[in-house]
Design a protein around this ligand. Structure first.
Ligand SMILES: O=C(O)CCC(=O)C(=O)O
Ligand SMILES: [Fe+2]
Length: 311
């Protein structure tokens, strides 16, 4: 890296550290990429100074990108220019690619890549906005994806932000009594909970037999990389809590959701053309916003990275 950009990088990291209330960050932790924290919720950073078409081949860059991802839970790698195939290879920087559940959203030439778009409609003609309502991705899988990655291909002029909630903080800020109450609770996740306010698009035929009917995951999970505990709730998919009446379970989950979505836990991503955003489903919830004119197209490529069974 040139001296000047290295100094600039140090300067930006120092500025970032002031904004980052999680304590002083090691300055110049990164030598090949610039990482600027973007919120005080301890989640969200932008990554500058890397062209992923070269970076995917460089082990030092790959290591730093993975570290930035682990430190910040969600990173936006700016100013990228990728084909679908290159996007797939970028996904592999972070691990093996996870086959997504609903193949109706596959990109024809690269079926493991799906798309996010506002151009599909439900059978009754209503526009389908994927990801509206807080959730964590594919928690109805026995081994859910650790990460989801989007690449902005076409964006509306305004709106369409993605909101992220830091679920480490959501857990840490619970009362000790609540932590004790929930410490060993196990939740039943299904494709679509009968209590979900958001309706999903039905699974394409061949996937109905592959996607599990239900799986059980802990309500509090420990992140395998950071060792920290996070709340693992998903209003779209959790249908019940083992050993608990459904009404009580939904009340408890509602209370935990309200607590979690506090603004102090949020990073709100405002998309820029060329952004590659990758987030950690093990310690974040997220939601899309369909708050832009219907005639404007919003289209992103989407990949998922394999994870591990939550414990
Ligand atoms: O479109 C977005 O902003 C997010 C969509 C979403 O929930 C996802 O890709 O998992
Ligand atoms: Fe999602």
């Amino acid at each position: 890296m040139r001296i000047q950009s290295f100094l600039e990088c140090r300067r930006q990291l120092s500025l970032g550290a002031e904004k980052y209330s999680g304590g002083p960050m090691a300055v110049a932790q990164f030598r090949h990429i610039e990482v600027n924290p973007l919120s005080s919720s301890h989640a969200g950073a932008e990554v500058l100074g890397v062209d992923l078409r070269d970076g995917m081949k460089d082990s030092a860059v790959r290591e730093e990108l993975n570290r930035a991802f682990a430190n910040h839970c969600v990173i936006a790698i700016r100013d990228q220019n990728l084909t679908a195939q290159q996007f797939y290879e970028v996904g592999e920087i972070f691990g093996d690619i996870f086959p997504q559940h609903n193949s109706r959203f596959s990109v024809p030439d690269c079926p493991l890549i799906h798309y996010i778009s506002n151009q599909d409609k439900f059978e009754d003609g209503r526009i389908y906005i994927p990801g509206e309502g807080y959730h964590t991705d594919h928690s109805n899988d026995a081994v859910p994806p650790k990460a989801t990655m989007l690449f902005a291909v076409k964006l509306p002029n305004t709106g369409g932000d993605t909101q992220f909630i830091n679920m480490y903080r959501a857990y840490e800020t619970l009362s000790e009594a609540m932590k004790k109450r929930i410490e060993s609770l196990q939740c039943v996740h299904v494709y679509q909970s009968k209590y979900s306010e958001r309706k999903l698009m039905a699974l394409a035929g061949e996937k109905k037999t592959v996607v599990p009917t239900q799986v059980i995951h802990p309500l509090v999970r420990t992140h395998p990389v950071t060792g920290k505990k996070a709340l693992y709730i998903n209003p779209i998919r959790i249908e019940s809590i083992l050993g608990m009446d459904d009404g009580d379970a939904q009340n408890l989950l509602g209370e935990l959701l309200e607590h979690s979505i506090d603004l102090s836990n949020e990073y709100r991503h405002k998309w820029r053309s060329g952004d590659v955003v990758i987030w950690d489903n093990r310690c974040l919830m997220h939601k899309a916003n369909g708050d832009y004119p219907v005639e404007e197209v919003r289209y992103l490529y989407r990949l998922m990275v394999k994870g591990e069974a939550p414990v």
